[in-house]
Design a protein around this ligand. Structure first.
Ligand code: AMP
Length: 404
């Protein structure tokens, strides 16, 4: 089945057409600056086409979706003849709250449910909903599925997801830890098990999703029991521009000293912190390593602090699961950056982990075991593929509904 995967941001929309028969990407692209001016980048991957960027007015998400549908059905560059060849649409939804514990076929109740949890992700969920409504208007008979970033983490027990706050805040506002990147943590934990010829139910796995946004999860026998992001993606690891864990008192302290509001401080913690702040302006790890190699002390500190935080979370999750069988590295840094992986595994010797340094240095973007055969824990690099995971969930639900 050909599935259109849509990932809507507030002013952008990423898309892929995936043939689930073989998992191949037929076409992909991006609509940018929606509501500002607009541009669509489109690539026919199936026929090895290059990226074509066209500037055009994109006043809203409905216009963006209609441009996407025109591009994929275009007689020259398209990948399907008519929209009837698109069997379903899979939508990435950032926050499913406690309501959505798994992916689900979209109907009016689901749309209402996503709306109800929008307070928890005010920047993302409304944009995700706009994408759903736009698709519905333009493809009214095509089934659609919502795949939530949070749902894989809904198996966390209360001791992991509750903040030690007055209960009324949980009861009134559902303030708790939710976790994000769930599609990636689920996909990688399962794919790694199969890569190793094992079943997820037999493994204790720690997945390190290390990209510009980053999180670690503890996946015990196939179920997530803890993850580093919280109510929002700000908690946990040091990221590109996010601080990760800080003493919450920092917020009021800065607000008072700088005479700004708490939400302005949170904006600083999200957008002006992380390795970018520690290094004095660099958030891309290639730039950080170039600077470190030149002897830049701030870049060196930023990378060391980043790796130290990842290692601390790995240690915490080994304790949470009373052991670990597999540690998996994924996402932009986890897949590509052998030097950053090496900074992390220097802390892991106590687990009986031994790494094949040459194998680590040679692994960039491919699935590979980088630990030695003697290592007590198998350390794996595995590329994430959130779009394929969304397409697979979409296919399963649409086919399940057809059979019923
Ligand atoms: P993601 O958010 O998963 O797309 O990851 C993006 C980040 O991955 C970038 O900001 C870079 O820091 C990092 N990255 C991507 N490719 C490489 C590479 N070849 N070497 C080092 N870091 C990389």
């Amino acid at each position: 089945m050909n599935i259109l995967v849509i990932n809507c941001g507030s002013s952008s929309l990423k898309f892929q057409v995936i043939d689930t028969d073989n998992g191949s990407v037929l076409a992909k692209g991006l609509c940018e600056r929606i509501g500002i001016d607009g541009a669509i980048t489109y690539q026919n991957v199936r026929d090895h086409g290059g990226k074509i960027k066209t500037k055009t007015q994109i006043e809203d998400h409905k216009k963006a979706i209609s441009l996407v549908l025109d591009a994929i059905t275009d007689p020259q560059g398209g990948v399907v003849k008519t929209l009837a060849e698109i069997g379903a649409v899979g939508h990435r939804i950032v926050h499913g709250g406690e309501k959505f514990t798994e992916s689900t076929l979209i109907d009016d109740d689901v749309i209402q449910g996503i709306r109800e949890v929008s307070d928890l992700a005010p920047l993302h969920n409304p944009a995700n909903l706009t994408g759903i409504l736009a698709c519905r208007a333009l493809m009214p008979n095509t089934p659609m599925v919502a795949v939530f970033d949070t749902s894989f983490h809904q198996t966390m027990p209360p001791k992991a997801y509750l903040y030690a706050l007055p209960q009324k805040y949980y009861e009134k506002y559902r303030i708790r830890r939710y976790g994000f990147h769930g599609t990636s943590h689920k996909y990688v934990s399962r794919a790694v098990a199969s890569f190793l010829g094992k079943k997820p139910e037999d493994l204790k796995t720690i997945v390190c999703h290390l990209g510009n946004g980053a999180s670690v999860s503890a996946v015990e026998y196939g179920k997530c029991i803890d993850t580093s992001m919280g109510l929002t993606p700000l908690e946990g690891l040091i990221m590109g521009t996010r601080s990760g864990d800080v003493d919450p008192a920092v917020v009021s302290y800065i607000a008072d000293k700088e005479n700004i509001t708490a939400s302005e401080v949170i904006d600083i913690l999200n957008k002006e912190s992380g390795v970018e702040a520690l290094s004095g302006g660099l958030s891309d790890f290639r730039d950080l390593w170039d600077a470190r190699d030149r002897g830049d002390e701030k870049a060196t500190l930023a990378l060391d602090a980043w790796a130290y935080r990842v290692a601390k979370y790995i240690g915490a999750y080994v304790a949470a699961m009373n052991g670990v069988d597999v540690i998996a590295f994924t996402a932009g840094i986890g897949e590509n950056d052998d030097k950053s992986r090496a900074l992390i595994y220097q802390y892991l010797g106590y687990l009986g982990i031994t790494i094949d340094d040459a194998k680590n240095a040679a692994t960039h973007g491919d699935a590979a075991i980088i630990s030695t055969p003697e290592s007590k824990v198998t350390v794996v690099v595995y590329p994430t593929n959130e779009e394929l995971a969304i397409a697979q969930d979409t296919l399963a639900l649409v086919e399940g509904a057809r059979k019923n």
